[in-house]
Design a protein. Structure first.
Length: 313
């Protein structure tokens, strides 16, 4: 009986132990299986990705595509080193002698002068302000030296002096005006038989009415021939000479048929005669575009930009 009872008690303990430890073992096995499955899934996913990239549809190496390069991990940000702010130059007059300042390059002298000025403004002490005006005095004396040498050169080399061809005094100015007027009158007088004017007008053009009186006075002064053309009656002729506005005046060279515009809009007699004279010389090849602003008596002089060029025909 005792053996039977012990056997029953031992069987009961085994059953209880099985009930307690079996769930724990199942949980451990489940966790182990889950981890294993996860690792297997990663490996399978990696393999799948590799297989997809290398053998998938319309992609991968077989389609001449390179595998994307993974960016390298960013390095740790370096600490920014604060740079020292450059200090402004603070000049000291004791570092310079007059001879050095006098012979200094103008750009360097100007920069140094501004440094002395800023120093004096920043700290307006007696010595700083004095040093600034010492620099100003040197600059003033250097300017005077240049002006004196310039006067000397202008007097010694008259061909460089514009005043020789354009005097500033009243008698000289009157002579200049007279010379210019004579040049214009002579060109118009000597060429009136070889040239003619076409005067384009339009009905109801008030500006044409104003130009009519000016042209009447011009014809009386010079004896030139002027042919009046109505742009509405002769539109083809207006188009040929590219008339865009009225009144317009065109200069015609009889010998060659070439033409040159003289005016577009109302023009006074003096400007009209000057433009005609220049247009005549241009059409005859006596004046280049570079010489267009000079008069006959100025050719070859200081106002002729081409006078210093050596011409070889």
């Amino acid at each position: 009986m005792l053996r039977i009872r012990l056997f029953k008690n031992l069987a009961f303990l085994l059953v209880v132990g099985a009930l307690v430890f079996l769930p724990l073992a199942d949980d451990a096995n489940a966790n182990a299986n889950a981890n294993a499955n996860a690792d297997t899934g990663k490996d399978q996913g990696k393999v799948a990705d590799e297989e997809t990239y290398s053998g998938g549809n319309k992609g991968g190496w077989w389609w001449y595509e390179k595998e994307a390069v993974k960016p390298e991990p960013r390095e740790k940000e370096k600490k920014l080193v604060e740079k020292e702010v450059p200090k402004h130059r603070i000049p000291n007059m004791d570092d310079y002698i007059v001879d050095k300042l006098w012979n200094m390059h103008p750009d360097d002298f100007q920069a140094l002068l501004m440094d002395f000025q800023k120093k004096a403004v920043r700290e307006p002490t007696e010595s700083n302000v004095r040093d600034y005006y010492v620099m100003q005095d040197i600059a003033r004396r250097k300017s005077l030296a240049f002006a004196h040498v310039a006067s000397y050169v202008m007097q010694k080399y008259p061909r460089l002096n514009v005043a020789s061809a354009a005097p500033l005094n009243a008698p000289g100015r009157n002579a200049t005006v007279q010379a210019r007027h004579e040049d214009t009158v002579n060109v118009l007088r000597d060429n009136k038989d070889d040239f003619a004017l076409l005067y384009f007008t339009a009905p109801g053009c008030k500006y044409c009415d104003a130009q009519n009186g000016i042209l009447v006075y011009f014809i009386q002064r010079t004896g030139w021939q002027v042919k009046r053309i109505d742009v509405q009656e002769q539109p083809d002729l207006a188009a040929r000479f590219n008339i865009q506005t009225t009144p317009s005046i065109i200069l015609i060279y009889r010998n060659s048929g070439d033409f040159f515009p003289v005016s577009a809009g109302v023009m006074d007699v003096a400007t009209l005669e000057l433009n005609l004279a220049r247009g005549i010389q241009h059409l005859k090849g006596e004046m280049t575009p570079e010489q267009y602003g000079i008069y006959e008596h100025q050719k070859g002089g200081i106002f002729d930009p081409e006078s210093i060029l050596e011409r070889k025909n």
